[in-house]
Design a protein around this ligand. Structure first.
Ligand SMILES: C[S@@+](CC[C@H](N)C(=O)[O-])C[C@H]1O[C@@H](n2cnc3c(N)ncnc32)[C@H](O)[C@@H]1O
Length: 148
């Protein structure tokens, strides 16, 4: 069991606002170890490229939801954004909220990704691929998202 004081100390060591939210919601993209998984620290690069968009009404799609931690992080970080999540696991539907829409399907299925694109009103501004972590699935999703 993780003690709240230990969590607070870790959150104090976070390097930016997005990193703090990663720690708060428990995604391993944080720079600090706040859960069971080893910290990946991707929030450093995410913040570098995305912080300038923070207040804009962006549309962000993340492939790979797991327990919904990163979707919560994005929704909290971008107060005016629409967030879209994709996962192959039907149980991830539970992470849908007023501003976050969840689509269940396989990122290697180009028909499925096209149907998601049709359901999302207008273009997606940011795509984060944290799904299958296989070259084929990343390539397939990338080709579908960028129409190549
Ligand atoms: C690393 S976890 C996502 C973690 C989440 N982004 C976070 O930081 O809290 C990867 C997720 O990708 C999903 N996944 C794996 N293969 C997939 C595929 N081919 N299509 C869609 N989702 C897939 C898994 O079900 C799992 O929930």
């Amino acid at each position: 069991m993780v003690k709240q004081n230990d969590v607070n100390e870790k959150l104090n060591q976070c390097v930016n606002d997005l990193d703090k939210l990663a720690g708060k919601y428990g995604t391993d993209k944080c720079t600090q170890k706040v859960g069971d998984l080893s910290p990946k620290g991707y929030t450093v690069q995410y913040y570098r490229y995305l912080s300038q968009l923070r207040d804009l009404p962006v549309k962000l799609l993340e492939i790979g939801i797991l327990a919904g931690a990163s979707l919560k992080m994005w929704e909290d970080f971008f107060p005016n954004a629409r967030i879209y999540g994709i996962d192959i696991n039907p149980e991830c539907k539970q992470y849908e909220t007023e501003r976050t829409k969840v689509f269940i399907g396989d990122q290697t299925d180009r028909e499925f990704l096209r149907s998601v694109a049709d359901l999302v009103d207008g273009q997606i501004d940011v795509v984060v691929d944290d799904g299958g972590h296989k070259r084929a699935s990343t390539q397939s999703a990338w080709k579908s998202c960028f129409h190549v």
